[in-house]
Write a protein of this length. Structure first.
Ligand SMILES: CC(C)(COP(=O)(O)OP(=O)(O)OC[C@H]1O[C@@H](n2cnc3c(N)ncnc32)[C@H](O)[C@@H]1OP(=O)(O)O)[C@@H](O)C(=O)NCCC(=O)NCCS
Length: 176
């Protein structure tokens, strides 16, 4: 179940000229600033990701490295891949990421939600999640699931996610 988050950290939106936003970040990008921070941040589902930069970002949150070729294929097979950039006209920096798998019609599963530790605690993770859920809703997907590590359950709960709602339970099967 998804509810709207009560609090928002956003200070301003639509800070970039429309043509700059479109040229740099593609369609349906969302630019915003955060309270007590001078940077402009942009969520985009269209801007191409540099796999090395993505690998570096995921390393900053302590995740083990995955072979680039497999990551590339995983991204190609995802129904939604979202980057969060700290805007710069010349060198935008990837500071957040998440992706979704699913059938693209009814169901989606969110994976690999990560914000560079330097930018954590500013509300960016919450904005990234809102952006993803808005896009999924726009394409008609009404059931979204994810696996959360125990230490980040509060992050999702504070945004209205329910832990195993309606008596559903998770089941896992591992090949080894
Ligand atoms: C989890 C993560 C994406 C959160 O991003 P963030 O930008 O720091 O989160 P926000 O600043 O938007 O926080 C939103 C809310 O969640 C809470 N929160 C954020 N990270 C939290 C954490 N690790 N544990 C508990 N609560 C957390 C915040 O206190 C805030 O609460 P509020 O709305 O009541 O003020 C980020 O910490 C991260 O990348 N962690 C490492 C990777 C990871 O564990 N990803 C999740 C995989 S399941």
């Amino acid at each position: 179940m998804i509810l709207r988050s009560k609090k928002s950290s956003i200070k301003k939106t639509n800070l970039l000229d429309n043509s700059i936003l479109l040229n740099n970040y593609g369609s349906e990008a969302f630019d915003f600033s955060i309270k007590d921070n001078k940077d402009i941040f942009v969520c985009s589902k269209s801007k191409e990701l540099d796999l090395i930069e993505l690998d570096q970002l995921l390393q900053t949150v302590g995740w083990s490295r995955r072979p680039t070729r497999r990551v590339k294929r995983a991204l190609e097979s995802s129904i939604l891949v979202v980057g969060l950039w700290r805007h710069d006209n010349k060198f935008p920096r990837l500071i957040g990421f998440a992706r979704c798998t699913g059938d693209g019609i009814l169901e989606a599963n969110i994976w690999d939600v990560a914000i560079n530790p330097v930018y954590q605690g500013l509300g960016l993770g919450k904005e990234l999640m809102k952006y993803i859920l808005k896009i999924l809703k726009n394409i008609g997907i009404s059931r979204v699931t994810l696996f959360a590590d125990a230490e980040v359950i509060k992050f999702y709960k504070s945004q209205g996610w329910s832990l195993e709602p309606r008596k559903t339970k998770c089941a896992f099967w591992y090949a080894n």
